[in-house]
Design a protein around this ligand. Structure first.
Ligand SMILES: [Zn+2]
Length: 118
């Protein structure tokens, strides 16, 4: 696998209290405002990556896993911000970063689109 271009700046986000930090590559496609039953309630705006592309540091998160138990929604234990979700089980591994955690200037530059999700 080719190494990422060193000049390409990675994005960095934190939850509100800064206990959880995520670092990941620039978005390759518009961020996804998923309208499924859970993402809609979280107000999440997702960017999707493979697990090796996303660095998750800081405090341990709490998970919400329900239904078919294929997704783990992870939030900061202190401030409650939904920082990312991960795929649980043996389907294609993926980490979705919640772009609502970006600082405002970066957030305002994002392109986004809605998807049905259900
Ligand atoms: Zn926090």
């Amino acid at each position: 696998m080719a190494a990422p271009a060193p000049q390409q700046a990675r994005l960095s986000t934190t939850c509100h209290c800064k206990a959880v930090r995520l670092t990941f590559p620039p978005l390759r496609e518009p961020a996804n405002e998923c309208l499924c039953s859970v993402c809609r309630r979280y107000g999440a705006l997702w960017a999707y990556y493979t697990p090796d592309e996303v660095q998750i540091e800081g405090a341990a998160t709490e998970a919400y896993v329900w239904g078919k138990k294929t997704l783990s929604f992870n939030r900061c234990k202190t401030c409650g911000c939904m920082t990312h979700y991960t795929i649980v089980g043996d389907t294609e591994p993926r980490v979705a970063v919640n772009c609502r955690m970006l600082e405002r200037d970066e957030y305002e530059r994002l392109e986004s689109e809605q998807s049905d999700g259900d």
